[in-house]
Write a protein that binds this ligand. Structure first.
Ligand code: NAD
Ligand code: DAU
Length: 342
């Protein structure tokens, strides 16, 4: 049986990946290493078979703990991070600790034991793109869509810390021969996403009788992908990707925030204009857009969840049916936003 450590496996995308592994790959044993910050929830992993799954509560920056776990494993898939841009603008320190120091500790352990390492990262490392309406032509030229060769240009403390972590991985691959790969994915949606994030915040606002909140004019564009499509892509890169390479993951899901807001309202039976415009995010990235041709042509990946409306509708149902999962955090999340005028 292959042994895989999934860091951050109690968070949104990590827990979806663990479910994907346990369901689809019978010969895998998963150890989740997760600190259970405000964003981690052990409930996301309930019901997994005990003979194929171990949970370890701990910090990825804990050198001794990481050493003892990595020594016994075949691969590390690194999801753990401080992940929310707005939080990074309030207090960058945890982002430096986890995303930079934590990644460094994992890299050193993988180097020491020659363990396969996959680094889960974000498209935000590339900065942002002009809105399509500002572009002269097709939107696929240099500077018009992200590719694996787009220069790094992060905007927020979160994206800068992720960019820094990617660069550490590249250096460990080149200088120490680390068996590493990197993937940079666009905005995920689906079950178990923390309610601080855009889509679940608006769904749970409506369920609580609070008006949804749109930053600025809502023209900013995100390239949405269902988290299950992300999981399949990470598995392919881990098992078939070329060591040392980076793969971009995206499902051609570009939508502006206003459009997504109106779709959520419509699917939840509300008038299309029943939301508040609130203060914009400082440094707010305008558009993300991914060219995933390398992943598609080299590794044969294709997104399955291409109907965003259907995926969103199922996600809304999940939050309706799992109120006990998010309810206890709602007041604190909204209080923090409203203190900021958001
Ligand atoms: P999340 O905030 O939902 O979960 C992060 C998890 O990491 C939590 O379970 C938390 O407890 C754990 N964690 C935090 N600090 C830790 C530490 N020091 N030690 C151990 N565990 C720690 O995040 P997410 O949205 O699931 O993102 C997961 C990864 O995917 C991140 O690396 C993020 O940069 C990347 N990513 C996210 C998106 C997205 O749309 N959310 C898109 C592309 C890439
Ligand atoms: O692109 C990948 C990134 O996507 C990941 O690396 C991050 O971890 C993840 O959080 C996400 O970052 P964003 O900043 O794009 O996601 P967020 O859900 O915070 O916001 C999505 C968009 O919605 C963004 O343009 C800001 C806007 N927004 C957000 C909130 C919370 C609103 O208009 N209103 C809101 O209430």
């Amino acid at each position: 049986m292959q042994k895989i450590i999934v860091t951050g496996g109690a968070g949104f995308i990590g827990s979806n990946f663990v479910h994907y592994l346990i369901t689809n790959h019978a010969d895998i044993h998963v150890t989740v290493l997760d600190k259970l910050t405000y964003a981690g929830n052990k409930e996301n992993l309930s019901g997994l078979p005990e003979d194929r799954f171990t949970f370890v509560k701990g910090d990825i920056a804990d050198v001794d703990l990481v050493d003892s776990l990595v020594k016994e494993t075949d691969a590390v898939v690194h999801y753990a991070a401080e992940s929310h841009n707005d939080n990074s603008l309030e207090n960058p320190y945890p982002f430096i600790h986890t995303n930079l120091v934590g990644t460094y500790v994992l890299l050193e352990a993988c180097r020491k034991y020659n363990v396969r390492y996959h680094h889960v990262s974000t498209d935000e490392v590339y900065g942002d793109l002009p809105l399509r309406e500002e572009l002269p032509h097709s939107g696929t030229g240099p500077g018009e869509i992200f590719t694996e060769t787009t220069p790094y240009n992060p905007s927020s403390p979160y994206s800068a810390s992720k960019a820094g972590s990617d660069l550490l991985v590249k250096a460990w691959i080149r200088s120490f021969g680390l068996k590493g790969t990197i993937s940079n994915c666009s905005n995920n949606y689906g079950p178990y996403q923390h309610i601080e994030k855009y889509i679940p915040r608006q769904i749970t606002n409506i369920l609580c009788g609070i008006k949804p909140k749109l930053y600025g004019e809502g023209k900013n564009v995100r390239d949405w992908i269902h988290t299950d499509d992300h999981s399949r892509a990470v598995w392919l890169v881990l098992t078939k990707g070329t060591i040392g390479e980076t793969y971009l993951i995206g499902a051609d899901g570009e939508k502006d925030n206003k459009t997504v807001m109106e779709m959520i309202l419509e699917l939840m039976g509300q008038p299309g204009n029943a939301y508040d415009h609130v203060k914009d995010r400082p440094g707010h990235d305008r558009r993300y857009g991914i060219d995933s041709s390398k992943l598609q042509t080299e590794l044969g990946w294709k997104p399955i969840h291409t109907d965003f409306r259907e995926g969103l509708s199922k996600t809304i149902e999940w939050y309706k049916n799992n109120e006990q999962w998010w309810r206890s955090q709602k007041d604190a999340v909204e209080a923090a936003y409203s203190k900021n005028g958001q």
